[in-house]
Write a protein that binds this ligand. Structure first.
Ligand SMILES: NC(=O)c1ccc[n+]([C@@H]2O[C@H](COP(=O)([O-])OP(=O)(O)OC[C@H]3O[C@@H](n4cnc5c(N)ncnc54)[C@H](O)[C@@H]3O)[C@@H](O)[C@H]2O)c1
Length: 394
């Protein structure tokens, strides 16, 4: 009989659903080294918890995460809560000897992220994972493979963008607009993903950032009568009382990569007309790639080594059996969606815990700490209006 691992998930709203869906279905599609067992679900509202657990198939529920983490039956703790509690929960989980998967960004501060990295280094028997799930889009993994095979040659330009438009003035002051909980706005929420994607695809680090600007377009928002109803939707509106939104709504910056390329990143919650358009483009000496999540089943590829009269973009469908993870699902061209990125990551985590090598690298706390340093370097660059070398940000 295949070995299994008991999972404890914390959080039962937006990411609670994506992670539950992944654990519920992953063994149906993948031949796994370890079978996931949906053991315990933790969140704050007992009534909601019971209903969520029944719907998604969690065996037990708890409102006390500290007690749940001590349960010797649990092997993997998965943190799907807002950013301010990632560090406290992840460190407690590592100290209890568990493997840990945590949502991104790693923490709401660089200090918190560093403590998590240090705790992971200390807990030698525990593996850590961070849900940078866009790495698990087959087209993004293919881009990573093409660069690794040397098909782009020397890289000149890297361009990342993450464009959303949900945060107009009518959206109440949910946790995503509160610095003490979220750490930042579009920066840690959206730039974190495209920085991670750019690092993953190119295999290079952002060495220096400059020209960074941040803007908060809506500075006051109505205080909701209850917290988030999940994801980016607001809680019920309360009275007319307003509170200050102290996070960025948009952050743009320039930079230099370790291999000599120049890069630019743009994250915003105010790109009217774009709801979840994120992507990375890379231009190299021998070729170029372009990925846009709105068209996630395709990678655009240009081979610059063919004669000029044949040169042009190819829209490569990434749904064939020889594309990462795609063979686990449907015949070629029978497309997949957002939820599959979480299933792909769950499959790779369970295989890594079972001793197998993931198809492409999985981000751990060490890796996600590097992304957090770049986020911090950008914040310093905004504040001090000067270029910042990422290696000087500790
Ligand atoms: N990977 C992605 O694409 C992606 C997308 C959205 C959100 N996220 C990340 O996932 C995390 C959660 O975001 P979300 O959109 O699911 O938020 P959400 O508001 O929808 O849900 C948060 C959940 O955490 C629970 N929670 C909050 N504080 C808690 C505490 N102290 N103890 C126990 N439970 C607590 C809430 O009850 C709720 O169930 C964030 O770190 C966010 O940045 C990642």
């Amino acid at each position: 009989m295949a070995k299994s691992i008991n999972i404890c998930l914390v959080g039962q709203k937006f990411m609670g659903r994506t992670h539950s869906n992944a654990y519920m279905k992953v063994a149906k599609y993948f031949d796994l080294a370890l079978q996931p067992v949906m053991h315990t679900l933790v969140a704050r509202d007992q009534a909601e918890l019971a209903e969520f657990a029944r719907r998604w198939g969690w065996a037990n529920t708890s409102t006390d995460w500290r007690a749940a983490f001590q349960n010797p039956e649990i092997g993997l703790i998965d943190i799907g809560t807002p950013n301010n509690v990632h560090a406290e929960m992840a460190i407690a989980a590592l100290e209890a000897g568990k493997h840990v998967a945590c949502e991104k960004p790693l923490a709401n501060t660089l200090a918190g992220a560093r403590q998590m990295r240090d705790a992971a280094r200390k807990a030698k028997k525990s593996k850590t994972f961070v849900w940078y799930n866009y790495r698990r889009v087959p087209a993004v993994a293919l881009a990573h493979q093409l660069v690794k095979e040397g098909r782009l040659g020397r890289i000149y330009h890297v361009r990342g963008y993450y464009l959303q438009d949900w945060a107009g003035p009518d959206v109440p002051l949910i946790w995503r607009f509160q610095k003490k909980i979220a750490g930042s706005g579009s920066h840690g929420d959206l730039n974190a993903h495209i920085i991670d994607m750019a690092r993953f695809i190119t295999g290079e680090e952002v060495a220096e950032v400059s020209g960074a600007i941040m803007e908060t377009f809506v500075k006051e928002r109505v205080i909701p009568s209850q917290g988030s109803t999940g994801g980016i939707s607001g809680g019920a509106k309360g009275s007319a009382a307003k509170g200050r939104s102290d996070v960025d709504d948009a952050v743009l910056f320039l930079g230099r990569m370790t291999g000599g390329a120049v890069c630019s990143f743009e994250a915003t919650r105010f790109a009217t007309g774009y709801q979840n358009k994120n992507g990375v483009e890379v231009h190299g000496e021998k070729g170029a790639i372009s990925f846009n999540f709105e068209d996630m089943n395709y990678l655009s590829w240009l081979d610059n080594t063919v004669p000029a009269r044949l040169r042009g973009w190819t829209r490569v469908p990434t749904t064939g059996g020889d594309h990462p993870w795609a063979g686990a699902y449907w015949p070629p061209a029978h497309i997949i969606g957002y939820e599959h990125t979480f299933m792909n990551q769950a499959a790779d985590m369970l295989n890594a815990l079972g001793g197998r090598k993931p198809i492409v690298p999985l981000p751990d706390f060490e890796d996600a700490y590097q992304t957090q340093r770049i986020l911090e370097a950008v914040s310093v660059s905004v504040r001090e209006r000067c270029p910042v070398k990422v290696r000087e940000v500790k």
